[in-house]
Design a protein around this ligand. Structure first.
Ligand SMILES: Nc1ncnc2c1ncn2[C@@H]1O[C@H](COP(=O)(O)OP(=O)(O)OP(=O)(O)O)[C@@H](O)[C@H]1O
Ligand SMILES: [Mg+2]
Length: 291
């Protein structure tokens, strides 16, 4: 465990210092000849909503995958509460207190909604349902407590009435909430969200925004998202990527006015009113970052 360094890439406050819950410092990722990320740093503070935005191909998904441990960076580090996280396997995240949802919902079609959510709770129920799934024996009492907590989580997201249904039979926005419930039931301190607004209509997106804001009394959120409206309305701080580099960071107003951000989004209205086309795929569709 090496101590956090103070001198990083562009700003010395992205150093995994004591105020940061989660830090990415100087991360670079290359896929063959494509530099997907170059020296990217960011900090997520406790109970903060940090947004990561950028045009198509900017490196958002790659950064999310680095944060989740799906992609190992060529250089740079990840820190959790000041401790080295680099190289951690994805399935260990939940036990540390990091929850995530993926762009594909990843729900199990043959399990009920309730069972899907219970799977997400293994952080707190090592001898219960989750272990039973893997043949490690089970405690009936654990299961009852876990089921109760899963129901509470579903209720908190307004979808408890679907608890006994199979996910495949439910509308997409409901399934998205189930996937979110699965990430929340383990009571993470940091929630990583990948494009949570994808496939949602305007009013569903507004509800999602409120829901995310409502989480900040107990956790931090890192939100990777294409939809500007959502990002601008829920994020305390925003990091803007373009061609794999951080081109701006700051609060919504600051970022919205930043000339580099305006240029990167070329004609897209940055943080415009709902439904005015700052959405998926607007602007540059095909971008290469090859060298
Ligand atoms: N597995 C991969 N192999 C090769 N190149 C990749 C791979 N994943 C991403 N890239 C490239 O890395 C760059 C960043 O891609 P990434 O998917 O992270 O961008 P993004 O910001 O998520 O884009 P979008 O808004 O379109 O989802 C792009 O040039 C992309 O083509
Ligand atoms: Mg992406």
């Amino acid at each position: 465990m090496s101590p956090p360094t103070t001198a990083t890439t562009e700003r010395t406050d992205h150093d995994g210092g004591p105020s940061a819950l989660f830090s990415i410092t100087g991360v670079s990722v290359r896929f063959g000849g494509v530099r997907a990320l170059s020296e990217v740093s960011l900090d997520v503070a406790p109970r903060q909503v940090l947004g990561v935005i950028g045009p198509n191909g900017a490196g958002k998904t790659t950064l999310f995958n680095v944060a989740c441990g799906f992609v190992r960076p060529d250089s740079g580090r990840l820190l959790w509460k000041g401790e080295e996280l680099t190289g951690l396997r994805p399935h260990r995240l939940a036990s540390l207190g990091i929850g995530r949802t993926l762009q594909g919902l990843g729900l199990f079609d043959r399990m009920t909604v309730l069972e899907n959510v219970m799977v997400g709770a293994d952080r707190h129920a090592r001898t219960g349902f989750a272990s039973a799934l893997f043949g490690l024996g089970r405690g009936a009492r654990d299961d009852a407590a876990l089921a109760a907590r899963a129901r509470r989580t579903l209720a908190g997201l307004g979808v408890e009435r679907y608890a006994d249904r199979l996910p495949g039979s439910l509308p997409y926005p409901v399934r998205k909430r189930v996937a979110l419930a699965r990430a929340l039931v383990g009571e993470p301190e940091l929630l990583l969200l990948d494009e949570p607004a994808g496939g949602l209509a305007g009013d569903e997106m507004a509800e999602l925004g409120e829901l995310i804001r409502g989480l900040t009394d107990r956790m931090a959120v890192m939100l990777v998202e294409h939809h500007m409206d959502l990002v601008m309305s829920v994020c305390d701080d925003i990091t803007v990527l373009d061609f794999g580099r951080v081109i701006a960071r700051g609060g919504p107003d600051e970022v919205r006015r930043d000339p580099a951000v305006v240029a990167a989004y070329l004609g897209e209205e940055v943080g415009g009113k709902a439904g005015e086309g700052a959405g998926e795929g607007a602007g540059r569709e095909q971008r290469g970052t090859g060298e």
